[in-house]
Design a protein around this ligand. Structure first.
Ligand SMILES: [Zn+2]
Length: 405
């Protein structure tokens, strides 16, 4: 930006009133917090007025636009006012309204140029819409609007926060679904971690998020792409490089049948993100995830050469589940057993983990965990033999699905 705060600084320093206000803070006549908030309000309000006047004046001077449909010169039909919300507060714009004989509706060229031609009656600048949508991602629309007021001094309603979130959501979806282009040079080694997480959702007829209780949980499928060149100075293990994470998240389906011509919606989205963030072009691809079937299916389908790593925290939790099922939650035996098998797992002694699990063969949780360890933690060459043993034992008991998971 060619414009800095220098002009504002000169203006404030040349104002005797401003100096007097500063003095009041020092003499205790005015609280510093109020002074700061008032000053911000004055600066933003002044900036909003100046922006509004300049844009309106420039719009009045602008040339005749060509019709987007037929190409002929449009006709100016007077000026109209609008007050879009911005991060400076509401703007007050007066801009030309243009029509063409070829079609019914008219255009506000200024709105189109600024990106404030709101669908759904959203009257806001791109910056304020993104700020509201950002806040609404973590809180209800009411709270998002209130927070913007407290933090940025911009007064917005909950309805505006809702519309902003929906509009930005549509923009993100359109970007996500567009043909991916590689945004940065791919790293040699890249990691991809897909996961599922529950999102509490509110019924449409329950009104606002404040009074509507979450009626159910839907699974959002997320994935983070990152590099891990950094090593932990203490353990020497790879760590995610700061600032390298790129995300994709949506509520979509990972289900697909063998006869389907196209991969699932999730798999297609994961592929677009992999192309966009350089994972698809990386020499070495690493997928780190929990043991969920849909993740490994997608990984095998999309990235057949990837090194697949099971998230150790998830694997440990599976083992602890067995400890609780066999010895009872909270017991000393449960704690000792879980510690022993988790230590074996951390040291890569998968055979020892399997031996411990097999001692509890017949327990449903333990049997399912054997299947999990075989499928997710054993090298593919060792898997065939293990699966054979499992199947033989399961057939003997005539409950093949329970044992195979
Ligand atoms: Zn026309």
């Amino acid at each position: 930006m060619g414009f800095s705060g220098a002009a504002v600084r000169l203006l404030l320093l040349s104002s005797p009133e401003f100096r007097e206000l500063c003095r009041e803070v020092l003499t205790g006549g005015r609280r510093f917090r109020e002074f700061e908030l008032d000053l911000r309000g004055a600066l933003l309000g002044g900036a909003a007025a100046a922006v509004s006047e300049n844009l309106s004046a420039l719009d009045a001077e602008s040339g005749t636009p060509a019709c987007g449909r037929c190409g002929s010169a449009m006709v100016r039909r007077g000026t109209r006012s609008t007050a879009p919300l911005s991060l400076l507060g509401p703007l007050r714009l007066r801009r030309g309204y243009w029509t063409c004989g070829c079609s019914k509706g008219g255009r506000h060229v200024l709105d189109e140029t600024l990106g404030i031609a709101g669908r759904d009656g959203v009257r806001g600048t791109p910056a304020v819409l993104w700020a509201l949508a950002d806040l609404a991602a973590d809180a209800s629309f009411e709270k998002a609007a209130a927070r913007l007021g407290r933090l940025a001094g911009v007064v917005a309603t909950a309805k505006r926060a809702e519309r902003a979130a929906k509009q930005v959501g549509r923009e993100i979806t359109a970007w996500d679904e567009s043909a991916p282009t590689l945004r940065e040079a791919p790293a040699e080694t890249m990691c991809c971690s897909p996961d599922g997480t529950g999102v509490p959702v509110v019924r449409r007829d329950a009104g606002t998020a404040e009074d509507g209780r979450p009626s159910k949980t839907r699974e959002a499928k997320v994935a983070v792409f990152h590099t891990a060149e950094r090593r932990n100075p203490r353990t020497g293990l790879p760590e995610r490089d700061a600032g390298s994470a790129r995300h994709t998240a949506a509520i979509d389906s990972a289900a697909s049948r063998d006869v389907d011509a196209e991969p699932s919606a999730f798999a297609r989205r994961l592929w677009r993100a992999a192309e966009r963030f350089g994972f698809a072009a990386a020499k070495r691809q690493v997928v780190v995830a929990d043991g969920a079937k849909w993740i490994w299916n997608a990984a095998a389908e999309l990235f057949p050469n990837a090194v697949c790593i099971v998230d150790i925290r998830h694997a440990r939790e599976r083992l602890r589940e067995v400890g609780r099922a066999v010895y009872g939650a909270g017991t000393e035996l449960c704690r000792a057993w879980s510690e022993k098998v988790c230590a074996a797992l951390s040291e890569g002694r998968v055979d020892d983990v399997l031996r411990e699990l097999r001692r509890h063969a017949g327990d449903k949780t333990a049997d399912q965990c054997v299947g999990y360890v075989v499928r997710r933690l054993l090298a593919p060459s060792a898997q065939t033999a293990e699966t054979g043993r499992l199947t033989a034992r399961a057939l003997k008991r005539r409950t093949p699905t329970a044992a195979l998971g």
